[in-house]
Design a protein around this ligand. Structure first.
Ligand code: GN1
Length: 407
């Protein structure tokens, strides 16, 4: 895109301020800015005021497949899952494109070292968990890793430096999460630097379209992959490619599944798997009303007592359908650093605009059915989200120790 075209487009969209410092930029910076402008999806900005989440809902709880029932059919599930893994039906997608702002760690989250006396990187732990299954199934499992524009190079070089922690590099595939612009409360796109539009990852629901845009759809087809186990980078204890989970989804006749844990307390920051108009649905913790939080079932237990761990199994054929659907867009208030009136960079501590996100949990609604599969939180749920307190490095270290890890 040349300057004239960019000018015309921005004038039409009411975003001409993005060129305010154009003349002061070097040639390379000018080219980079024009390139960024050419990639902006302006239709997002028209959605402000039309947040499509949370409207017209009819929410009801669903019963989880609990650990005691799973134990009874453990061998049946495990064998069914292993058979599918051996047949090459399962691939993995690690969501590592987030910005990790809450943790206050500037590198890619997966490169964070939870070890104390020795190195134990988050990526390393996740790969080691997967290697357990690779050995059990005696087959490599395709391992896709979603990064973002900002952490991609650091992530890929980290894996190379550490020899992929023993994984077969031919089975590791990286792709970048798409970026969307951040805007002020009036829909004006922010500049992050004089020659740079403020962009942020498009939320974890964008992973499948980003995977496809990166050209990996061919691989899914070529390798005959039928299911994808998608999971977050932050839970260092989670079981990945878990044959028991996959086997339960398959044998119980569900189209998808989500691992859930019994909530530690009613306000725990986990999404709850339920139904909306009879279809599987997740109410995120910040959308859970007090009435839902306190509702009891016939046994006197909390009705929405199970939270998702962000570890799902999705069927590839349904994911392909989603590509043509427009996923609900969450317009989220955030504190966005920007170039102020005087040209200086401002770092606000309070929200000053919106970011646009689609969420992985919204994909559930397109899956037909979803099995809430209970796992033991002491053994499988150690998310690292914050620097201290709940879901922190400290709490994760405690849980790792309880599970026999020497840190
Ligand atoms: C959008 C999304 O997927 N949110 C997830 C995710 O929460 P965050 O606070 O966004 O990290 O991880 C939680 C589990 O740690 C899960 O319960 C929740 O639903």
């Amino acid at each position: 895109m040349n300057y004239e075209n960019a000018y015309k487009l921005l004038e039409e969209k009411g975003q001409l301020h993005l060129l305010k410092y154009y003349d002061t930029l070097s040639e390379a910076e000018q080219a980079a800015l024009l390139n960024q402008i050419s990639e902006i999806d302006f239709s997002l900005i028209d959605m402000i005021g039309h947040n499509s989440s949370g409207s017209d809902s009819d929410i009801a709880p669903v019963a989880a497949l609990q650990m005691d029932s799973i134990a009874e059919k453990y061998d049946i599930y495990k064998n069914a899952g292993l058979e599918a893994i051996k047949a090459g039906d399962l691939a993995l997608v690690l969501l590592a494109g987030g910005q990790g702002t809450r943790l206050g760690f500037s590198g890619p989250k997966g490169t964070f070292n939870v070890g104390v006396t020795k190195d134990m990187f988050i990526f390393q732990l996740l790969i080691e968990h997967t290697l357990d299954i690779v050995k059990m199934a005696d087959t490599w499992i395709h391992f896709f890793i979603m990064t973002n524009e900002k952490n991609h190079d650091d992530t890929t070089s980290f894996f190379k430096e550490h020899d992929y922690f023993g994984y077969n590099p031919e089975y590791v595939h990286f792709f970048k999460q798409e970026m969307v612009p951040s805007v002020d409360f009036n829909g004006k796109i922010y500049l992050e630097e004089k020659g740079k539009v403020a962009m942020s990852p498009n939320g974890n629901g964008g992973w499948f379209s980003s995977l496809c845009k990166a050209g990996h759809l061919d691989k899914l087809t070529k390798y005959g992959i039928k299911y994808i186990n998608v999971f977050s980078v932050d839970n260092v204890l989670q079981r990945i490619a878990d044959p028991v989970f996959l086997g339960a989804v398959l044998t119980e006749g569900f189209l998808s599944g989500g691992k859930v844990v019994k909530k530690a307390y009613p306000d725990e920051k986990v999404g709850v798997l339920c139904t909306n108009h009879g279809k599987p649905y997740i109410v995120e913790y910040y959308e859970l009303t007090d009435a839902m939080r306190d509702e009891r079932d016939a046994n006197g237990d909390y009705a929405y007592n199970y939270g998702v761990t962000l570890n799902y199994i999705f069927p590839v054929d349904r994911l392909m359908k989603i590509m043509n659907e427009s996923m609900p867009l969450h317009i989220v208030k955030k504190a966005i650093p920007y170039v102020g009136e005087d040209g200086e960079i401002v770092k606000p501590s309070e929200p000053n605009g919106y970011k646009f996100e689609t969420l992985a949990l919204d994909m559930i609604a397109y899956m037909g059915t979803c099995l809430p599969f209970e796992v033991d939180r002491e053994k499988e749920f150690a998310p690292i989200k914050n620097a201290t307190g709940n879901d922190s490095i400290d709490s994760a270290r405690e849980l790792l120790k309880k599970n026999g890890y020497t840190l």
